[in-house]
Design a protein around this ligand. Sequence first.
Ligand code: AMP
Ligand code: ZN
Length: 433
Amino acid sequence: MPFWDKEMETLPRAELEEMQVKRLKATIARSQRSVFYRTRLKEIDESRFNKPEDVALLPFTTKTDLRNNYDFGLVTVPKNEIIRMHASSGTTGKATVIFHTRKDIETWAELVARCIVMTGAGKGDVFQNIISYGLFTGGLGLHYGAEKVGMLTIPSGVGNTKRQIQLMKDFKTTVFHATPSYILYVSEVMVEEGYDPNGFDLRIGFVGAEPHSEKTRQRIEDTFDIDAYNSYGMSELNGPGVAFECEEKNGMHLWEDRYLLEVVDPRTGEELAPGEEGELVVTTLDREAMPIIRYRTGDLARIVDEGERCACGRTHVRISRIKGRTDDMLIVKGVNLYPSQIEDVLMSFPEVAATYQIVLKRESSLDTLTVRVELNPKLFDGDLRKLKKLEYEITKNIQDEIEVRPTVEFHEPGSLPRSEGKAVRVIDLRGEL
Ligand code: AMP
Ligand code: ZN
């Protein structure tokens, strides 16, 4: 089984935790050089930190803190040591900007290299990075890691789908990186263009940047006849390379020599028992330009098999698939639900294509939930009786899952909007009506 940094990836837990404490202390000291943490951590005495859990003695950092301290408020180095800036892809409010020194970029690439090699990809592979380059971290993040491990890297970016397919064909791409929604769209265009998505040289896909269900992963795997691995990260914590699946596909290893993880109750901020689902809170452990302490990621997940060694041999903690963001939660007729629950049901019907939309409206003060789906033209022959039956089954299965009865609407294949970046799944019109 291949490793990029075997010693670090399989470090015994006691040593890993010792390293975390040492790095946490150093991070606290360093962060106090920034305008923001100098005040925030004024009274903190580093000698009180003796185990990783002691991180809970520190205050949280939120996205609002980052916004309020735009632009250089969290930076701990002279400006001329910064060599890169990125920003979060958030569409609301002021952007969140992140800075890196040369060493930070190097460390980030190392982490991504670990992730790549962990899936069985590496030197000799042709890697097509089908994701946005620019302020978004997905493009350059994977790019540097891919070059480090020695893959032939094609920075194809996102969009221009026919050209993506041409590149895959001409250069015999074996590994890609994409959002789940975009890569499934690529498969539709392949079919339109007369190709069989199964007939390329692809063998591995890295999919991430947005929530997707296990069923969606299976669909990607079946469509292209590949292994697909979940990739998790965010610009505030570098970008991709925070947590990634190994060949076991049973949770994503989060690199604990670089990140200290907590899972808290999103309402109270209290630490949860191991295995409970909550909000991921992460502290960077060796970032130079912009250390972040106890960052409220807004992402919901749980720890899988804490402390138990994964069959791959790595000792670093595994987190579950991300269920969604705390702010993705929808309250419909008083019921809390996540779009990913609906997606899971939809993707279990092969007759349904990958693009869908959830539309919420309020009619005479009652919430309505409509799920718009497209039929898969290959698997649906237009028989009306079958259509009725399918509608009934999808409606029932969604209702069983979320306890709200949806209206299921069928749309022409290709008629719902596609996105090249993170897909927009929910249209909430309740405030407007
Ligand atoms: P950005 O900083 O713009 O890259 O956005 C990061 C956010 O994208 C994370 O906080 C998550 O909400 C989401 N995200 C990234 N990777 C995944 C993934 N593998 N599964 C689910 N959500 C993800
Ligand atoms: Zn593993």
